[in-house]
Design a binder for this molecule. Structure first.
Ligand code: ZN
Length: 441
């Protein structure tokens, strides 16, 4: 599956995880239910866990004891800035116009959401006989059913001088026009029920978000760019998946490297600070790895203490925290650091920050740059302009529970957190090669 297909089938976090599951299952990965006892494992096993339907942890178990080999882990996130549908969302206006009440998710550039054909995706919870376990159904309405119309310039002559936008007033999407005699209540619920072919009264709740229905595409005289929503961070999720599947790994390397355990961890909620059970701040991954160390210890008949093995595993591991970076922008060169100008098409970008917003240090950067060199891939470095605060990511949040050595890196984009970001076709090829070298090299 190429990046454009991956993006189009993953409009929100839940659907991204479903896409990952499909790809992993097709490659022989088996899903482990964390509520059940950990099954017996064998070297070469391909496993994955999910949490909350919105984070995913895929593992290729090597033959070497984890305490000795550690793991090689690539982390990324599957959520992106958007708008979440509030409960009781219908607002009936005059003449039967209905709009939906929403709240913002993450740091979206709100103005980019105007005048786009939008739709809804996410998950819906359905009633079952067990109140503690409602059924989850994924929803991906592919038709555009919503739009957030701009205000005409004639009503706001200063629009091109900068506009302050209200999340509550300016950003509400219009759903349609109904017969004024009809009640607007449950309009959305009925639409969801129709899409899922269920009774509206069986819908208990939902996590639904807006997305842009315009498909991802290549742009540029030589099609050198990718224009798409959610490049941050689905481009890194896609690259991590390709590396895990060994899509571009040569067979010689694959046969050689049966020892190393590889992990792909795709977290949710990076855009809101990672502090959920499915985010990078959760102990879930550490618990999965603990269970894996115990299961491997039993399978190999190890005589070492598995608790000690777990801590040795952490010390022998290396983490690549992969999240998009800012590429030098032709219209805003002054925003960049004076001596570091990572560009689109120039290869993966290692992110460093003196205030430690990024997990990289000289050790981690040295490792990753050498991996790129061995993969035959150029690499670049990003550091903030000292007067501009910059962003943060999940690497350091994960290392508060699993203190791995590691690096923060990512491919460059323009317009991070716009409804459509711009990336580089070449960079995607480069980063897949670099990740493949990291896992299989
Ligand atoms: Zn990101």
């Amino acid at each position: 599956m190429n990046l454009i297909q991956f993006l189009n089938s993953s409009p929100v976090n839940y659907l991204a995880v479903a896409t990952l599951e499909e790809q992993l299952q097709a490659a022989g990965f088996r899903k482990i239910d964390p509520t059940m006892p950990m099954p017996d494992v064998r070297p070469g096993d391909k496993l994955y866990f999910t949490k909350n339907d919105s984070s995913l942890y895929a593992i290729r178990l090597g033959s070497k004891p984890l305490g000795e080999s550690g793991i090689r882990i690539i982390c990324a996130h599957c959520d992106s800035p958007t708008f979440r549908i509030k409960p009781n969302p219908e607002i009936l206006m005059e003449k039967g116009f209905v709009k939906l009440n929403t709240e913002i998710y993450g740091g979206a550039i709100m103005s980019t959401w105007f005048d786009r054909p939008l739709s809804l995706a996410g998950r819906v919870m359905l009633r079952t006989s067990d109140p503690l376990h409602p059924q989850t159904r994924l929803l991906h309405i592919k038709e555009p059913i919503l739009i957030i119309p701009n205000l005409a310039i004639h009503f706001n002559r200063q629009v091109n001088d900068g506009v302050k936008l209200s999340k509550q007033k300016d950003m509400l999407p219009v759903l349609g026009i109904i017969d004024e005699e009809l009640c607007a209540d449950n309009l959305l619920l009925n639409e969801i029920a129709k899409n899922l072919d269920v009774a509206p009264e069986d819908i208990l709740d939902f996590d639904l978000y807006l997305y842009d229905t315009t498909p991802a595409c290549e742009v540029g005289l030589n099609k050198e760019f990718i224009s798409a929503g959610r490049l941050d961070d689905l481009s890194m999720v896609h690259a991590g998946l390709q590396a895990m599947l060994g899509s571009v790994a040569d067979n010689k390397k694959k046969n050689q490297n049966q020892e190393q355990t590889m992990v792909l961890a795709i977290f949710d909620n990076e855009e809101t600070g990672s502090g959920t059970k499915q985010g990078a701040g959760s102990p879930f991954l550490a618990q999965v790895l603990q269970r894996l160390v115990l299961a491997q210890s039993k399978a190999l008949g190890l005589t070492t203490n598995p608790f000690d093995d777990f801590y040795r595993m952490i010390e022998n591991s290396f983490m690549v925290s992969a999240d998009n970076a800012h590429a030098w922008h032709p219209n805003y060169g002054e925003k960049m650091d004076p001596t570091n100008h990572p560009v689109l098409g120039g290869g993966p970008i290692i992110k460093v920050n003196a205030a430690q917003k990024y997990a990289s240090d000289a050790d981690g950067a040295a490792v990753f740059s050498e991996i790129c060199r061995r993969a035959g891939v150029p690499y670049q470095r990003f550091v903030n302009h000292s007067d501009i605060a910059g962003g943060s990511t999940l690497g350091n949040i994960l290392t508060s529970s699993l203190p791995f050595r590691g690096v923060d890196m990512g491919n460059g984009v323009w317009g991070m957190h716009s409804i459509r970001e711009t990336g580089s076709v070449k960079d995607q090829e480069y980063v897949i090669k670099a990740f493949t070298e990291f896992f299989w090299g």
